[in-house]
Design a protein around this ligand. Structure first.
Ligand code: 13P
Length: 251
């Protein structure tokens, strides 16, 4: 378990300049004092400049929700990792289930994007998770293990030590139905063991849980041995809720 928890908001495709300004200011003003929790927000690409302008003087870090698997070139509509880095981004979410589902991102693409993020100096937050049907079929460890191993196989030991992994069961995302602490802890312990196969340093990679985390369940989830923080969707869009989740990470 990491001593300082990491809480990252994923705004998904939400926001507008005026609302963002109010939300970011409220989060910055209400952040728990000191360095008891590390906090980040992953915003839509057009708002990276705004996040940089508003958050640069605060301890809050920011990031993107995806990066291209390519360095540069004729890839209309894509945004490279180095472009996100130019706006001071710390994080890049990679392989979120909504990308895997809506944009057919395969494990190879997720590995390539992870490498691009690392090369640009970003911290990739590599997302893994099983569907309801896969869990029902007893395939949870097989699915998340394969998703994680596909990324680890593409990285050096030094690179593995620079990633963050987020376990987000697909059935818990946006459903209001979080995994139980026992369910999440079991998968996190498994992911920790998969990471430990690569190097001793990899065992220290931060493991975030995501999927319907809210002010009511955050403290219990963050109390589990192998849960190092959270990746927060809906609750990251309301300052009071996000701050309550951040406070729960300081307990
Ligand atoms: P919710 O917190 O809205 O369930 O979303 C989780 C998520 O997908 C974060 O990346």
């Amino acid at each position: 378990m990491l001593s300082t928890k990491l809480v990252v908001g994923n705004w998904k495709m939400h926001g507008r300049l005026s609302d963002n300004a109010a939300l970011l200011a409220a989060i910055a003003a209400g952040l728990p004092p000191g360095d008891a929790v590390r906090v980040g927000v992953c915003v839509p690409f057009p708002y990276l400049a705004q996040a940089q302008a508003v958050l640069a003087a605060t301890p809050i870090q920011w990031g993107a929700q995806d990066v291209s698997a390519h360095l540069q070139g004729a890839y209309t509509g894509e945004v490279s990792a180095s472009m996100a880095a130019e706006f001071g981004a710390t994080f890049a979410l990679i392989g979120h289930s909504e990308r895997r589902t809506c944009h057919a991102e395969c494990d190879d693409a997720v590995a390539a994007k992870t490498l691009r993020a690392l090369d640009a100096g970003l911290t990739p937050v590599v997302c893994v998770g099983e569907t309801d049907a896969q869990r029902e079929a007893g395939l949870t460890e097989a699915v998340v293990g394969a998703q994680l191993r596909a990324v680890l196989a593409a990285l050096s030991a030094e690179q593995v030590a620079r990633i963050v992994v987020a376990y987000e069961p697909v059935w818990a995302i946006g459903s209001g139905k979080s995994a139980s602490v026992a369910q999440a802890q079991q998968v996190h312990a498994f992911l920790r063991s998969v990471l430990a196969e690569t190097s001793a340093a990899a065992a220290g990679v931060a493991l975030l849980y995501g999927g319907s985390v809210n002010p009511d369940n955050a403290a219990e989830l963050f109390g589990a041995a192998d849960i190092d923080g959270g990746l927060i969707g809906g609750a990251s869009l309301k300052a009071a809720d996000f701050l309550a989740v951040c406070a729960a990470a300081c307990a």
